[in-house]
Ligand binder design. Structure first.
Ligand code: ATP
Ligand code: MG
Length: 275
């Protein structure tokens, strides 16, 4: 069954796009087919970091000049990508009708991918929340900084309150030590359980890695050796844990049929009411 996973955060700049690309690489290295959707509407970044220049984006879909299948682009290492377009204010300020239109198109995506990974923008806007709600599982990325942690907690809380989502994964990025990553992950999970009743699974932490800067500047984040760097190994093992979660019998979120998942995006229903 195709799995849809969103990578999200409360605070911006914490590493969602890098995480998305590295998860896609890890899934590819496991032999899975992958589609990445850049859900940072109007400020797309995935294409930039993959060295791609999209000729068509969601804006063309909204114009009715093409369908969602027409805007799937072939990226490096067998990663397929849907770019959301950059510098297009119309996409950054989607109204309900336009969002529904995009969401309806998303439900027409080919079901042939093993994994669809959505890179959301930061925060708790309707766009972010609905993309997370439409995914089988969402992964919160944060750094150890107090304001990033506060915003991560706020996002988890709002997802529980507004979308009845009581499970998610947590990835701590840019840690200075393994101890720091482990401690912060456990602490946030404890607080989320105690105050929101949400089961947060810490899936790992990523070291700050200066090698990344070179690949970012070269727009080659998905290079051959990416998963063998210190950070890449962290992302790879975090992905393994998420993949294991997907196959856990307790993880009932995975069993939601795809039409039901995407219909949330179109605002037709909530997942909880269908369980
Ligand atoms: N593990 C890491 N090691 C070193 N630098 C990192 C690491 N993770 C992120 N960075 C730095 O943080 C920057 C932001 O990363 P990224 O674009 O993935 O964040 P984002 O959460 O997607 O941001 P936005 O909210 O703007 O979409 C990168 O360009 C890089 O400089
Ligand atoms: Mg980003």
């Amino acid at each position: 069954m195709q799995k849809i996973i969103s990578v999200t955060s409360g605070k911006g700049g914490v590493g969602k796009t890098l995480t998305t690309i590295n998860f896609a690489l890890a899934a590819r290295s496991n032999g899975n087919s992958v589609l990445v959707i850049d859900g940072d509407f109007g400020l797309a970044n995935v294409d930039v970091l993959l060295g791609l220049t999209p000729s068509k984006t969601f804006a063309d879909v909204l114009d009715g000049t093409c369908t969602i299948r027409d805007i799937i682009q072939k990226g490096p290492r067998g990663i397929d990508l849907i770019s959301s377009g950059s510098g297009i204010s119309r996409l950054a300020n989607l109204g309900n009708l336009e969002r529904s239109c995009i969401l309806a198109e998303l439900s027409r995506l080919p079901q042939t991918y093993d994994v669809v990974i959505i890179d959301t923008s930061a925060g708790i806007s309707s766009s972010v929340l609905s993309l997370n709600a439409a995914s089988h599982h969402y992964v919160v990325v944060t750094t150890p900084e107090p304001h990033a942690l506060t915003d991560a907690y706020a996002l988890i809380k709002v997802m529980a309150e507004d979308h009845d989502r009581i499970q998610c994964s947590l990835l701590i990025n840019q840690v200075r030590s393994d101890d720091e990553g482990t401690r912060i992950g456990l602490r946030l999970a404890e607080v989320a359980k105690q105050y929101c009743g949400v089961t947060v699974t810490p899936v790992g932490h990523i070291r700050s890695d200066s090698v990344l800067n070179r690949s970012i500047l070269a727009r080659k984040v998905a290079w051959d050796g990416a998963l063998h760097t210190v950070a890449g190994q962290g992302w790879s093992s975090a992905w393994r844990r998420i993949w294991d979660l997907t196959n856990s019998p307790q993880e009932r979120e995975w069993k939601r049929p795809i039409e039901q998942v995407w219909s949330v995006l179109a605002g037709q229903t909530t997942l909880a009411s269908n369980l």
